[in-house]
Design a protein around this ligand. Structure first.
Ligand code: GTP
Ligand code: SPV
Ligand code: MN
Length: 590
């Protein structure tokens, strides 16, 4: 093959199916060179050197931020593009009204035309990766072919990438095939296609996060959720955290919040001074794969091995662990710079920006110095609260599942669902204000069931049916809760202090799971009795606490009507059980 003449040797372990597919991709895209990634640190350093030379990376101040680099993405390529993301199942009904759909044959024709010769003169990186601990039966592998060194380097930080993954693929060649090219970064020639029936992803025209790091949203959520339904498990947009109480007892909690709604912060929470003896362990900050375990509980692994986290707002007070973790060996995307070449972002609360995320002299009239969706990429192992259990092949047992959203009104600080079926309705009915993590309007409330609106790889009707079916597969199900850190007063100020203080809410959740902690039954669920929630030292006014815990029945009646019309848009795929559950909620609301 002419394009591969100067290519490095194909690794011996690469199974025939993988070789064939790489060869086909090379025939289509015509790269100048093929590089099989081995995942070594020497390789990572080489990728960094190449990107420094090509100006894809800019080295940050080595005295203050050793091993840190800045990448500026194309100004039109700064977030996920939900309107250009498709699930290409054979039947449109299987993708559901929650996804854009294109017939697989049509999608393939479109993508073949885009990929034709697109890697001429470029290096094609072949990136084998394993989602989950390398020796876990719950882990799944994939291979991403990409012409972006930035993607290859990010995949090294974000996943278990290289030789170990390839060895696993050689034993079980049932891997996900992801083909990616940055193309010309033209928003008019940009598509993220998923073919769940053949375990394939094709992404063209973006170099940004969730569009381009195919192990993350494309594989670990859209394709994995499809597989999980067939195989009886769950792939969810959930962070996983271990909460250790002063007695040394650890409870694991998995929380599904939409993008930029507090998962990373909660995953590495630092207990407030008012809660001595408590400790928080991070398993994951974005994705959880949940399996019925041999002991009848639900067990979870984090398929990722690094974080692609929101930068703005990170400081020593809001998230000290993240703040320390990203002071070395981190790739920053789309932040600003200080005069002495340190990264700078809104909410850092130190230093002064002189250059904005587009490389222009900073001028507040031109917008923020860091893009609101600027991100850090960092190995999970740099997190001071990293849990060794993140590497455990069996995962961790889950005590509680928590759905959250960003709602300035209506949703109380926390409540508990009555049982599993009610909890599935609570998850299905979630709504949240949109954020900068996806292109489009920010601050608009939309339905985001289980925080999976952009990520469920199949029809939500079938997805909820699958969730309901867990009641028959998991004898010791976790409790289900809803939280809202983002309720505001009439002046627009947050009512709840958030961040580290959120541990007070987690502590109540854990007590509830153990059958303690007092609550008042309301039509929407069990809300903490004021004295059951530790509010000591917060200085919250009684009226504020009352508002945080209030359930406005008239407003909830309206909400339930809206939930009803949303659920009915799934027609015959909507499980009858959810209709019944909603009718019961409406009856309780009167
Ligand atoms: P993705 O990585 O996009 O999936 O998002 P995430 O859920 O991990 O979001 P992250 O934790 O990075 O939070 C994003 C934004 O929410 C940041 O601006 C934080 O400062 C803010 N935030 C996080 N926790 C809280 C909180 O408890 N209260 C308030 N008011 N803001 C918070
Ligand atoms: C999200 O948007 O939920 C993220 C960032 O976690 S991205 O990887 O870009 O999807
Ligand atoms: Mn996310």
């Amino acid at each position: 093959m002419a394009t591969a003449v100067d290519s490095q040797a194909i690794p011996r372990q690469a199974p025939p199916e993988l070789r064939r597919w790489v060869e086909q991709a090379a025939m289509r895209t015509r790269p100048g060179r093929i590089h099989w990634c081995d995942g070594s640190s020497a390789e990572y350093r080489l990728l960094i050197r190449q990107m420094l030379a090509s100006k894809d990376l800019h080295e940050l101040n080595p005295a203050t931020h050793p091993g840190c680099y800045l990448h500026r993405s194309h100004p039109s390529d700064v977030a996920r593009v939900e309107h250009l993301t498709f699930v290409c199942s054979e039947q449109q009904e299987d993708a559901g009204p929650n996804n854009n759909w294109m017939a697989p044959a049509e999608a393939r024709r479109k993508m073949d035309a885009l990929f034709d010769g697109c890697m001429r003169g470029r290096t094609m990186y072949v990136v084998p990766y394993c989602m989950g601990p390398i020796d876990s039966p719950y882990s799944r592998c994939g291979v991403e072919i990409t012409d972006s060194a930035y993607v290859a380097a990010n995949m090294k930080l974000m996943t278990r990438m290289g030789a170990g993954a390839l060895a696993r693929i050689a034993r079980d060649p049932n891997f996900v095939k992801g083909l990616h090219s940055i193309g010309e970064l033209d928003p008019e020639r940009r598509f993220i296609m998923h073919f769940p029936e053949s375990l394939e992803i094709q992404s063209f025209g973006s170099g940004y996060g969730g569009n381009a790091l195919l192990g993350k949203k494309c594989h670990a959520l859209r394709i994995a959720s499809w597989q999980a339904r067939r195989e009886g498990w769950l792939a969810e947009h959930m962070m996983i955290v271990g909460v250790e109480n002063p007695a040394g007892e650890v409870h694991y909690i998995a929380c599904a919040f939409p993008s930029a709604c507090g998962k990373t912060n909660l995953a590495m929470l630092i207990p407030p001074a008012s809660m001595p003896g408590w400790k928080v362990w991070t398993i994951g900050d974005d994705i959880g794969w949940l399996h019925p375990g041999p002991d009848g509980r639900l067990w979870a692994i984090n398929p990722e091995d690094g974080y692609f986290g929101v930068v703005p707002g990170t400081n020593a007070k809001t998230n000290r662990h993240a703040y320390e973790m990203i002071r070395h060996d981190t790739i920053f995307t789309n932040v600003g710079l200080t005069a002495d070449n340190q990264p700078w972002w809104e909410g850092l609360e130190e230093g002064t920006p002189v250059t904005d995320w587009q490389g222009r002299p900073y001028d507040p009239a031109m917008g923020p110095a860091a893009h609101p969706n600027s991100r850090f990429t960092v190995s999970a192992r740099q997190n001071p609260s990293y849990s060794p259990k993140a590497d455990a092949p069996e995962g961790v047992p889950i005590s509680a599942l928590v759905f959250g959203g960003r709602r300035r009104a209506l949703a109380p600080l926390v409540f508990q669902a009555r049982d599993w079926r009610h909890g599935v309705l609570v998850g299905a009915a979630m709504a949240s204000e949109t954020t900068a993590a996806a292109t489009g309007d920010v601050g608009v409330v939309r339905r985001d069931p289980m925080a999976m609106k952009p990520f469920a790889g199949y029809n939500f009707g079938d997805y909820w049916r699958h969730w309901l079916s867990m009641a028959n597969r998991v004898p010791r199900l976790p409790g289900i809760f809803q939280v809202n850190w983002f309720r505001r007063d009439a002046g627009g100020r947050f009512l709840w202090p958030g961040y580290g203080e959120n541990l007070r809410v987690l502590a109540w959740i854990i007590e509830r799971c153990k059958g303690h902690a007092a609550a008042d039954e309301t039509p929407i669920g069990a809300v903490p009795r004021k004295d059951a929630l530790n509010l000591a030292g917060l200085g919250l006014a009684d009226a504020t606490v009352a508002e945080l815990l209030s359930v406005d029945v008239a407003q909830w009646r309206k909400e339930a009507a809206e939930i009803g019309s949303y659920l009915e848009s799934f027609g015959s795929r909507l499980p009858e059980e959810l209709r019944v559950e909603l009718a019961q909620l409406r009856a309780r609301l009167g």
